[in-house]
Design a protein around this ligand. Structure first.
Ligand code: ADP
Ligand code: MG
Length: 362
């Protein structure tokens, strides 16, 4: 069992500050996912926890002990990387045993640890193969096996699925979830830029952006109650729509008149001082539904993507899909292109942001 405490963690390369004031409590047995766009500092943060990168400021504690200056090998941590870098001339068994041999463990101990890891990862039939005779997914499992044999208190994963094709990514993702279930008392920190991996694996997600933490929460907290527009648009696909407007009635329910002409009732309380406040109304594509009544949004469908289980409708002002509205309707909708559609949404599913921050969290 190991919990981790990050207090005011900062990282600078020379003048360039990559991370600032990261405060985070990770409880023993959690599977925490760091997610964020490429270059936001996810690997840097993970490598500081592993001891592979110097901590510029702040404190890292594992089980209450300060770790800043403790060498990586003494932190009780094992790390799995995106590029699994197996020794090509060694069998699966020898690849997994390597670190234990270096650590001068007894042959019996090594055999037991390797057999156990192989069983957990369903690699037993492949123990005598060379890496080149394995699929990409099996190779990544060997890399995870190298971590398991060391029986660390904390597992760190840095984008372990990024080199796999789409089908293998899903299969290996599910294996990692099952692996975690077999080790309920082990703490895992998993880095990805893929919000689907974050949503499916995490007990809690840490969204990193602009050198800091944009939000920490369970996957559904982030989906249902994003703190800011960044998290709102990062979690969920396609991204949440943001429609600019102004608050025209306050109270237990809030009314927003949108610049595009629609009016929305929102189940978020506001006060009289909020009258006239400029806001962005957030609505997820899957929460927009066709209506015959009062519409939140009316537009001509520019592009249709029929995915089978859902149809995506793109409303692209001046042909710009990125700034336009997207709706996701269940089922197949043919012949809807170029027609005008009126859309509404359940007031309880709507979000309100002022200057980028959610009005829910004032
Ligand atoms: P992520 O893993 O989220 O994609 P990284 O942690 O790898 O991001 O990098 C975060 C930022 O730190 C990037 O802007 C990157 O260019 C910078 N960076 C990483 N390593 C170094 C280094 N050794 N020297 C200078 N800048 C670095
Ligand atoms: Mg990275």
């Amino acid at each position: 069992m190991a919990d981790l405490k990050l207090t005011g963690i900062t990282k600078a390369y020379g003048e360039v500050r990559v991370l600032r004031d990261i405060d985070l409590d990770i409880k023993a047995g959690e599977l925490i996912v760091f997610v964020g766009p490429s270059g936001c500092g996810k690997s840097t943060l993970l490598r500081m926890i592993a001891g592979l990168e110097r901590i510029s400021g702040g404190t890292l504690e594992i089980d209450g002990a300060r770790m800043n200056d403790v060498p990586p090998a003494q932190r009780g941590i094992a790390m799995v990387f995106q590029s699994y870098a197996l020794y090509p001339h060694m069998t699966v068994r020898d690849n997994m045993a390597f670190a234990l041999k270096i650590a001068k463990k007894s042959p019996e101990e090594i055999e037991k640890a390797v057999d156990n890891a192989a069983r957990i990862l369903q690699l037993t039939p492949y123990l005598d193969r060379l890496p080149k005779a394995l699929s990409g997914g099996q190779r990544q499992r060997v890399a995870i096996g190298r971590a398991i044999v060391r029986d660390p208190k904390v597992y760190l994963f840095d984008e372990p699925l990024s080199n796999l094709d789409a089908a293998l990514r899903v299969a290996t993702r599910i294996e990692i979830a099952q692996l975690k279930e077999q080790m309920p008392d082990r703490t895992m920190i998993y880095v990805t830029h893929d919000q689907v991996e974050a949503m499916t694996l995490a007990s809690r997600i840490v969204v990193l952006a602009g050198g800091g933490i944009a939000q920490v929460g369970t996957p559904l907290e982030l989906y249902e109650r994003p703190r800011n527009e960044f998290v709102a648009q990062f979690i969920g696909s396609p991204s949440m729509n943001l429609l600019s407007g102004e608050i025209t009635a306050t109270g237990a329910m809030t009314t927003v008149k949108l610049d595009g002409g629609g009016v929305a009732g929102v189940a978020i309380p506001t006060t009289r001082e909020d009258m006239g406040l400029r806001v962005n109304l957030g609505v997820r594509p899957e929460d927009l539904v066709p209506t015959e009544g009062a519409a939140l949004f009316t537009g001509k469908v520019d592009i249709v993507e029929a995915l089978g289980e859902v149809t995506l409708l793109y409303f692209a002002p001046e042909g710009d899909v990125e700034t336009g509205v997207v709706a996701k309707l269940p089922g197949i909708h043919r012949d809807i292109r170029h027609s005008t559609v009126k859309l509404a949404a359940d007031p309880a599913k709507l979000h309100l942001f002022h200057e980028g921050r959610s009005l829910l969290y004032r």
